[in-house]
Design a protein around this ligand. Structure first.
Ligand SMILES: Cc1ncc(C[n+]2csc(CCOP(=O)(O)OP(=O)(O)O)c2C)c(N)n1
Ligand SMILES: [Mg+2]
Length: 597
């Protein structure tokens, strides 16, 4: 029998940690590891991707949707470099990911050898909590144990680098018991983190004294749905959700003001403008201008990570704790607000907002209004589905128009806001939950950047999923639309077609070419039947919606004056000026009409 190599031991150790899947791409820097995965007889499932960055996105999605550690594997040099953007996405959204990369043989390092990159330095930023190279097989045990434990405990990215000669050497499972050796073990159980009673009381005092309490919840509140709802009920508060907290509470709650920020809602904006008390739970939502003015509100924040306390608003009480546990400990100290006027005001604003969104979604456009594509999907979302959005205009409509219900999950690249995770996140979700419907909403720019390549991965694997339904909805607007609008609104510049217009591509026909289902819609009345067809399909679907790039992604508090100003500021040189102004005014004007329904 073949002697077990250091790589065989590495793979066994990973499965002893309970991890079952690696997203990877081969190269001679990791031949030893690939061979070991093969010899492990299915203990680890290897998923072959089209590009290492996609492997990192998939590992990130795995971590985000399961709470487990995601693993990606790449060869030395170019493969390792390709991982980086996906790893930064994971790091910045606090997803636990371990990257395993190859390196040249130890004897060659420092010799300007082919594909020799200083990987420790390269990964030193993205995985600064733990990046180490194995210099001998006896190091494999503690390197992988520590990389997994630290990724999990610190909710971050770690990296281990294994020279290719070490990979093929005989395993050293138990280092000799002598000075200078490490004897590590597997396993991690998260601690119970709850603030001290005195601090909880200080927080309760602030919250009880407030008359107009606003809550903001983020990714850290995803496991605290009931507690957030109960606190909001007691305090008569409204709850706004940062993008990564989309699934923290259902959107049909009358006091859920929905998203916040540039992609946010008017009721969230109004609530932050007027509140006298702010309770932030598990969010580091970045834009301070969407939070109360300094001094306007007294603040309480709950976060598991002390580094993220009081960075966006100066909080009076900073609580380090698990969201659900901390809110549960806080609830008995809170006094129910008797005066419910503030709450009623918020609920009225929310009800108006939904009517406004419907009116905006139903506005005519050439040919399809992108908001309508999301509006029609919303009531059709299957129970327990998983929704992802790419960076681009899709993120606006995902945040605003989809009414997420309890049991569903949703994510996107929140803090890095990178283009490209839509399709790979969907694949990662599908591997983690093959029995759930997964829906990705992606722009044509992101599809052309990398999405169309990973559709090939879907075509390669979908038969393994117990429920094959995976829908990639493409907003085919021939534009890098989100940025086109940012250039118009923020810079006052007209659309520069050379930079902003993307080549046309027949996404639905491409799906058919790969043996998937392709559906193309270019009339509003086709949208609902298209969703019905896609949601009952027996294989993955690309739903290509030909949408109007002149529908503006307006910030929530746009005034009529502002709308007029920014259209006027770029009258010169705007390629579809008349149409653009018409669409912008239709959107803005809807905000001033009462929507009686
Ligand atoms: C890797 C990367 N490059 C560039 C950007 C800047 N950016 C953000 S959204 C966007 C446009 C996306 O276009 P598309 O995917 O077609 O979506 P649309 O906004 O048109 O719906 C760009 C260029 C980014 N966020 N990430
Ligand atoms: Mg586009």
């Amino acid at each position: 029998m073949r002697t077990k190599t250091a790589s065989d031991f590495l793979i066994r150790r990973i499965s002893e940690w309970g991890l079952k899947r690696i997203y990877g791409y081969p190269g001679d820097g990791i031949n030893g590891i690939i061979g070991a995965i093969d010899r492990a007889n299915g203990a680890i499932e290897y998923v072959q991707v089209r590009h290492e960055e996609m492997a990192a996105f998939m590992a990130c999605a795995h971590a985000k949707f399961t709470g487990e550690v995601g693993i990606c594997l790449a060869t030395s040099g170019p493969g390792a470099i390709h991982l980086l953007n996906g790893l930064y996405d994971a790091k910045m959204d606090h997803a636990s990911v371990v990257a395993i990369v190859g390196q040249q043989a130890r004897a060659a390092i420092g010799g300007d050898y082919q594909q020799e990159v200083d990987l420790i330095t390269l990964f030193k930023d993205v995985s600064h909590e733990y990046v180490h190279m194995a210099s001998t097989p006896a190091a494999i045990r503690h390197l992988i144990d520590r990389a997994i434990r630290i990724a999990k405990a610190e909710r971050t990215v770690t990296c281990i680098i294994i020279p290719n000669d070490v990979q093929e050497m005989p395993a050293v499972e138990t280092p000799p018991r002598k000075h200078g050796t490490i004897h590590s073990g597997v396993g991690y159980a998260p601690p119970r983190v709850v603030p001290h009673d005195a601090d909880l009381r200080r927080a309760a005092d602030v919250l009880n004294a407030g008359e107009k309490v606003a809550m903001l919840v983020g990714a850290g509140a995803l496991q605290a749905t009931d507690e957030v709802m109960e606190v909001a009920e007691i305090l008569g508060a409204g709850v706004a959700k940062a993008l990564l907290g989309k699934a923290a509470i259902p959107d049909d709650l009358p006091f859920c003001t929905g998203p916040i920020g540039l992609l946010g809602s008017k009721p969230s904006w109004d609530m932050m403008e007027e509140c006298d008390t702010l309770l932030v739970v598990g969010s580091s939502f970045p834009y301070s201008e969407f939070l109360p003015k300094e001094g306007q509100a007294r603040g309480v924040q709950v976060d598991i990570d002390p580094k993220l306390l009081s960075v966006r608003y100066p909080m009076e009480v900073n609580l380090v704790g698990d969201s659900a546990e901390t809110l549960r400990a806080l609830i008995p100290l809170l006094i129910r607000k008797q005066d419910r006027h503030w709450r009623e005001q918020i609920e009225n604003g929310v009800a108006e907002w939904w009517k406004l969104l419907e009116a905006r979604a139903m506005n005519e456009a050439k040919p399809i209004n992108p908001q309508r594509v999301f509006w029609e999907l919303s009531p059709r979302l299957p129970d327990n589905c998983i929704i992802v959005a790419d960076s681009g205009s899709a993120a606006n409509w995902f945040a605003r128009d989809l009414k997420i219900r309890s049991g569903m999950m949703a994510s996107l690249s929140g803090n890095l806001a990178t283009m490209g995770p839509g399709v790979p996140y969907a694949i990662g979700a599908k591997f983690a939950f093959p029995d759930r419907v997964v829906i990705a909403t992606v722009g044509d720019g992101a599809m052309l950047m990398n999405g169309i390549n990973e559709i090939i991965t879907i075509a390669n694997y979908w038969r393994e999923w117990s429920d094959p339904r995976l829908i990639i909805m493409v907003l085919a607007n021939r534009d890098l639309n989100q940025v086109t609008w940012e250039q118009r609104v923020l810079a006052g510049d007209p659309k520069y077609e050379c930079s902003q217009t993307v080549p046309s591509f027949e996404f639905a026909r491409y799906a058919e070419m790969l043996g998937l289902t392709g559906i193309r819609v270019d009339k509003p009345e086709q949208i609902a039947p298209a969703w019905e067809q896609a949601l009952s399909a027996s294989r993955p679907v690309i739903l290509e919606a030909i949408t109007d790039p002149e529908v503006p992604t307006l910030p929530p508090h746009i005034t009529f004056e502002q709308a007029k100003k920014f259209t006027q500021s770029m009258i010169k040189g705007e390629p579809r000026l008349g149409h653009m102004i018409k669409q912008t005014f239709m959107e803005a004007v809807e905000g001033f009409l009462p929507h009686k329904k």
